[in-house]
Ligand binder design. Structure first.
Ligand SMILES: Nc1ncnc2c1ncn2[C@@H]1O[C@H](COP(=O)(O)OP(=O)(O)O)[C@@H](O)[C@H]1O
Ligand SMILES: [Mg+2]
Length: 262
């Protein structure tokens, strides 16, 4: 777990408009190959802004992002399109991420076609393989996206993310809309896929219990800044920042004085 994949340095983004907001300020972090960095913080702390910058969905105002030794923010045109294969995403609301009238087949064929992976006659077999890797039955490919359950839809979103064989997946509140049982199953699937494929995850959530379950390291964000960073066990056992202490106190089973009722 020591090959550096992602290196973020001094990243800054302010939104302009009626109420100008500095969303992220001097954000620096690293992510190794095969590693999960959990990014946790209260709502509005800048987590999604950081995710959008890394996915090149918005431009930052300053700072540097190195991905696999490449200056990510300098990429344009074809090199950027090729890079998009290597950095995928899973968001909270899979319905918003898909055309709801599309079938599961369409949703998974898109990334293969867009990135020129395989050929048309091979698509059904490729899609069957993807469904199998995320624990879904092959028959599901004929169903429409809005006719399957939320948990199944999030599995399809994960299948779509791994379709391009990425190095890294940015997961932004990916399990936050799921009920507790399905959430656990999706987290298990993510851990299993990481083990099988050597994926790196930037796993974003406002929920420290979820972050703790999957992360090797944890970074805590508040008001646009990383206020604490360290091994997952150390951050949850002995948080050094005020924000960290508040997040830990909110999870009863991380709190030795609290009741183990979670
Ligand atoms: N498109 C936008 N325009 C203006 N302000 C925004 C926009 N998106 C987010 N913000 C503001 O930036 C800050 C960080 O938001 P966000 O990155 O969404 O935080 P988080 O994901 O941690 O909840 C918040 O104050 C939010 O209101
Ligand atoms: Mg967010």
């Amino acid at each position: 777990m020591s090959t550096l994949l992602l290196k973020v340095d001094g990243l800054r983004k302010a939104y302009s408009g009626a109420r100008a907001t500095v969303a992220i300020e001097d954000v620096s972090l690293t992510l190794a190959a095969g590693e999960t960095l959990g990014l946790v913080g209260p709502s509005g702390s800048g987590k999604s802004t950081l995710a959008r910058v890394l996915l090149r969905l918005i431009e930052p105002d300053g700072g540097r992002v190195e991905f696999a030794g490449v200056d990510l923010l300098a990429l344009r045109g074809a090199p950027l399109r090729r890079m998009r294969k290597r950095i995928q995403m899973v968001f909270q609301d899979p319905l918003a991420a898909f055309n709801p009238r599309a079938t599961v087949f369409d949703a998974l064929a898109d990334p293969l076609r867009i990135h020129g992976i395989g050929d048309r006659p091979g698509r059904p077999a490729a899609i069957m393989g993807l469904l199998e890797r995320v624990g879904l039955p092959a028959e599901l490919m004929h169903r429409s996206i809005n006719a399957i359950s939320g948990g199944q839809r999030q599995r399809v979103a994960i299948a779509r993310a791994i379709a391009t064989r990425p190095d890294m997946i940015v997961l932004d509140e990916a399990v936050s809309a799921l009920d507790v049982t399905v959430r656990g199953q999706i987290l298990d699937l993510l851990v299993e896929l990481q083990r099988a494929e050597g994926l790196s995850y930037l796993f974003i959530s406002h929920d420290l219990a979820v972050i703790r379950a999957v992360s090797h390291r944890i970074a805590i964000m508040d008001h646009g800044r990383i206020v604490e960073e360290g091994p997952a066990s150390a951050v949850t056992a002995r948080p050094r920042s005020e924000t960290g202490r508040e997040l830990v106190a909110a999870v009863p089973r991380f709190n030795p004085q609290g009741k183990a009722n979670d």
